[in-house]
Design a protein around this ligand. Structure first.
Ligand SMILES: [Zn+2]
Length: 82
């Protein structure tokens, strides 16, 4: 039997680098190191309610929304909620 090495897969310890930047009011642009961009949309209370990535589309949650929520909670970014 031939053993095939599994390709390295990204895991929690090898998270790609993301950059968060406030975009339109109530939205944060999340830019991945490879240039992929997602938009996380906030409600009037500043809670992420939507992301343009496929993960959110299928599961209703994703790491982008989570990291935006975390950044807002820790005041790493500020977003216009008006
Ligand atoms: Zn997402």
């Amino acid at each position: 039997m031939k053993m095939i090495a599994r390709p390295a897969t990204p895991d929690a310890e090898a998270l790609p680098e993301y950059r968060l930047s406030p975009a339109a009011p109530r939205a944060v642009e999340v830019t991945k190191r490879d240039g992929t961009r997602y938009a996380v949309v906030l409600n009037a209370a500043g809670v992420p309610v939507y992301c343009t990535c496929l993960g959110f589309h299928f599961r209703g949650r994703c790491r982008h929304a989570a990291m935006v929520a975390d950044a807002l909670e820790h005041h790493d970014i500020s977003v216009d909620l008006s």
